[in-house]
Design a protein around this ligand. Structure first.
Ligand code: UD1
Length: 420
């Protein structure tokens, strides 16, 4: 186990470069199994979730070479269609691999990813979409066996605009006979990135970024090189880190359009933000102001930023209200913030946060990836020392968060924790 030790109270000031997007990289890595050829990916973050994804590709028979943020994948010799259960358990989003494997081989075996720390996270929408494409699914012993002779394009309406289901169905239908139309599709920027990647390797996909995505099946895909989009959730996390310390920050390599729901909330909290091409700057007020937030599918306020704002608002003037509508169990981190002196009450989907003057350092736990990042934000503002246990969660999704924050004035050290 690793821990962060944060000495709070430093004002953050300076420029930071945003890394490549975790949530865009994962489906694109899966998609690189489709071409039976080489894929060169640039700007892939070095984080634990990517390592798991690459492990799965290797087990299936891909050749994988990673150098810093560049990954070379050769999918010409895939020998297995089965995603091993231990890896499936480690990362829920490994379910995305299924669409690519079925798309290419008309066969796939994987298991239920199970629940996770933020909610039950079912995959019913993925599976009913696969069935509509003509894929037979047998569920037994916790495993899901998919097979078919051919995938046939059709119209699939999603009851909810699930990001993962939209991506999985795009991957499964690139080689389909005829056209697949996904309605009520998720509109997240990561889906546009996936479309751009697929089209660059020769697929015919249009509509990503709107709620109707059309995929015309093709017979062949070619080798490709592609640069992954910047991570909008990391960008938001860095902005909030500076904001809670009353600091200033300039983000390089961020796409302003992707984070406009985040920027407008920061403005409501009293921050001044400025957008110049791919740079975003933020000047925080001396005292943040409370606000109201409701998480929604894109272009609404992202659920992945909920805990980050939750932490930032603990010291804002007045009472803030958050309503979490996407995941049912995404407030675990608030118990940890309460240990640091935050005044938070949870009523069902709602968190009510009464701003306090200052948090106080304490020993706390990273409850999940974004909940862990929330503890970092709190630790930056808190008086004294904050020890965050189990930062493995944070390392799953953030590349060098401690180093980036230290480069603009934070004081964060990593230490080896107890082994139990
Ligand atoms: C992706 C992101 C995650 C983000 C989430 C919502 C990745 C790797 N992860 O997760 O960071 O928080 O989008 O923006 O990109 N649902 C069903 N049935 C399904 C699928 C989903 O009921 O078959 C529900 C989920 O339980 C949840 C909601 O739909 O309540 C949103 O889930 P979804 O959009 O699928 O999130 P993920 O793709 O898992």
């Amino acid at each position: 186990m690793l821990n962060y030790i944060i000495q709070g109270g430093n004002k953050l000031e300076g420029e930071v470069k945003v890394s490549g997007s975790k949530n865009a990289s994962l489906p694109i890595i899966a998609a690189s199994m489709l071409n039976g050829n080489q894929s060169k990916l640039y700007n892939v973050p070095t984080i634990h979730d990517i390592q798991i994804a690459l492990k799965i590709l290797k087990i299936l028979g891909c050749k994988v070479k990673k150098t810093n943020n560049k990954i070379l994948i050769d999918s010409s010799n895939i020998t297995s269609y089965e995603i091993p259960y231990p890896l499936m358990r480690q990362m829920r989003s490994s379910v995305i691999m299924a669409g690519a494997i079925i798309g290419r081989f008309k066969n796939a075996i994987f298991s239920y990813p199970g629940g996770c720390d933020i909610g039950t996270r079912p995959i019913d929408l993925h599976l009913s979409g696969f069935r509509k494409l003509g894929i037979n699914i047998i569920e037994e012993g916790g495993f899901i066996r998919c097979s078919c002779d051919k995938i046939i394009g059709t119209e699939i309406h999603l009851d909810f605009p699930s990001v993962g289901a939209t991506e999985n169905l795009m991957l499964a239908s690139v080689y389909a006979e005829g056209e697949t139309v996904i309605t009520n599709a998720a509109m997240e920027p990561e889906i546009v990135d996936l479309q751009n990647f697929l089209n660059k390797m020769g697929a015919i996909v249009e509509g990503a970024g709107t709620n109707i995505i059309k995929i015309k099946g093709v017979n062949k895909l070619k080798e490709v090189s592609y640069t992954i989009m910047p991570d909008r959730i990391e960008a938001g996390t860095l902005l909030c880190s500076a904001a809670i310390t009353g600091g200033t920050i300039e983000l390089k390599n961020a796409i302003p359009d992707h984070i406009s729901p985040i920027l407008s909330k920061l403005e409501e909290c009293g921050c001044k933000t400025e957008v110049k091409k791919d740079k975003i700057s933020l000047i925080a007020p001396r005292k943040l102001i409370s606000t109201e937030i409701k998480t929604l599918p894109y272009p609404g306020f992202p659920t992945d930023m909920q805990s980050i704002f939750g932490a930032m608002l603990t010291t804002a003037k007045g009472t803030s209200v958050i309503i979490e509508t996407i995941f049912e169990n995404r407030y675990k981190y608030t118990n940890e913030l309460i240990r640091m002196g935050a005044k938070i009450t949870i009523e069902g989907k709602m968190a009510i946060i009464k701003g306090v003057k200052r948090l106080s350092g304490a020993e706390v736990l990273a409850t999940d990836l974004r909940g862990g990042a929330a503890m970092v934000i709190a630790g930056l503002q808190a008086k004294g020392k904050t020890k965050i246990n189990n930062i493995e969660y944070i390392l799953r999704g953030y590349e060098n968060l401690d180093k980036k924050l230290n480069s603009i004035g934070a004081n964060i050290k990593i230490e080896e924790g107890d082994k139990n």
